[in-house]
Ligand binder design. Structure first.
Ligand SMILES: [Mg+2]
Length: 246
């Protein structure tokens, strides 16, 4: 038995999609000339937004120093301000809610649904699960839009917000083993984690004693990869090749 446990954001779907859509619709170039409006600057803008969010998440929210709403407010105001647009609290929350609304209309990366279905069609050989950082409700909205909730049984899904322990803490992998894998009779040596984020997914799963596949479709710097990435996949086809034939 091989257990393949997946990350969601930027592993199952392209996370910048909803952000790029809201900027395009609600923040047009005529009205907001200082904001990025063309790719790839827009994706870079989204990365800044995400990094700002991760900063508040890891340093403030995860250790109880900031509320969730405050975290979303701050990351939005910070990145808009960096591009010359000062949003008030109301405007920042408006952006946040529009962004959430657009997250309801996301799709799996091309080929990912087929790959999951192939794995799930052979339950004697493959066990498929999800371990994702984030707020329980928000991650469930995404899983519903992506059709993951109808593919993967609820008891194989852990959203870290619900257990108050988050990647990159390796203890979250031990908790997944305890709650999901042990009851299914699967041991640590049979587990592979699949994720896009080197620190959160790869270094941490390695530290927890799991195998992993770094889904580096964004071609991030691989200078530290040797020490902890077992495999690197650059597209869904690479990933499929490895997961089905490892
Ligand atoms: Mg991710």
């Amino acid at each position: 038995m091989r257990a393949y446990i997946f990350d969601i954001d930027d592993t199952m779907f392209v996370r910048s999609g909803p952000f790029v859509k809201v900027i395009g619709k609600d923040y047009p170039a005529e009205k907001y000339p200082t904001l990025p409006h063309e790719l790839p600057e827009l994706v870079k803008f989204y990365t800044e937004f995400r990094d700002r969010g991760d900063y508040y998440y890891n340093n403030f929210f995860a250790c109880g120093k900031m509320s969730e709403e405050e975290m979303y407010l701050r990351r939005t105001k910070d990145v808009f301000a960096a591009h010359g647009v000062e949003l008030n609290d109301e405007q920042a929350m408006e952006f946040h809610y529009r962004y959430l609304e657009n997250q309801k209309h996301i799709d799996l990366m091309d080929g990912m649904g087929e790959l999951l279905d192939e794995l799930l069609a052979d339950p004697e050989k493959y066990f498929v699960g999800i371990l994702t950082n984030g707020n329980y409700d928000r991650q469930h909205v995404k899983m519903h839009s992506l059709g993951l909730d109808r593919r993967i049984p609820e008891e194989r899904i852990i959203v870290t917000g619900a257990v108050n322990l988050h990647k990159p803490d390796p203890k979250i992998f031990a908790l997944y083993e305890e709650r999901v894998l042990k009851p299914a009779g699967i041991s640590r040596g049979d587990c592979t984690y699949i994720g896009d984020a080197f620190g959160n997914d790869i270094r941490s799963s390695h530290a927890a004693g799991w195998k992993n596949v770094w889904f580096n479709w964004q071609r991030e710097d691989e200078k530290d990869a040797d020490a902890c990435a077992d495999r690197i996949a650059y597209n869904v086809e690479d990933l499929r090749e490895y997961l089905l034939h490892a």
